[in-house]
Design a protein around this ligand. Sequence first.
Ligand code: HPA
Length: 234
Amino acid sequence: MSTPHIRAKEGEFAESILLPGDPLRAKYIAENFLEGAELVTDVRGILGYTGSWKGKRVSVMGTGMGIPSISIYVPELIKEYGVKNLMRIGTCGAGQDYIKLEDVILAEGCCTDSGMLDIFPGDFAPIANFEMLNTAYEKSLQRGNRTFVGLMKSSDLFYGEPVPGDDLWARYGVLGVEMEGAALYTIAARYGARALMLCTVSDSPFEDRELTSAQRETSLNNMIELALDTIIEF
Ligand code: HPA
């Protein structure tokens, strides 16, 4: 068994999967966090592994960047491999001045400028699975993270042009900007899977500093542990 984009055999993915954008981040998680991790797919360099965390079977796979890329992998994982619980872990830009670098954002829902939602005769609102969101929120607070829950914007363009109305997202409380969440939530809704997106803030137009590589590593590791501890509850 394989799909056009995943070469894993039947049963090689766990029911629960973490989905970083970067395939090398999937490798990092497999090598540094999972026990007994084995590579199950590497088509087009999109690395996927299955191992275990605290005795529970978990997979991790890259999605690539942007809605078209994640929209290839998520349906195949759910429909062909029976994956039921999907958690995207990624970075985002701050959408509000009170959101600081390294803060954790749990995406309650995602707005988007992508055309993928144009299939609806009205406006579909892609939302997180509530139980996953609630579990991640409690665990994030227990870890002492500055944690925000609310809307994200999933953009199609990283290098966009200024367009009229750009300021409305912030005015209506959107917490941050990334590029995949709306697709994950929409596809999970379509095929009846649980999904959550957890982001750490990696850049901000409101702050005049950049994260050091040590800070990046700490916030990444913190997010990975939070995601793994959350997903094994499902
Ligand atoms: N825009 C889109 N995606 C991102 C950003 C951003 O500013 N930062 C991290 N991922």
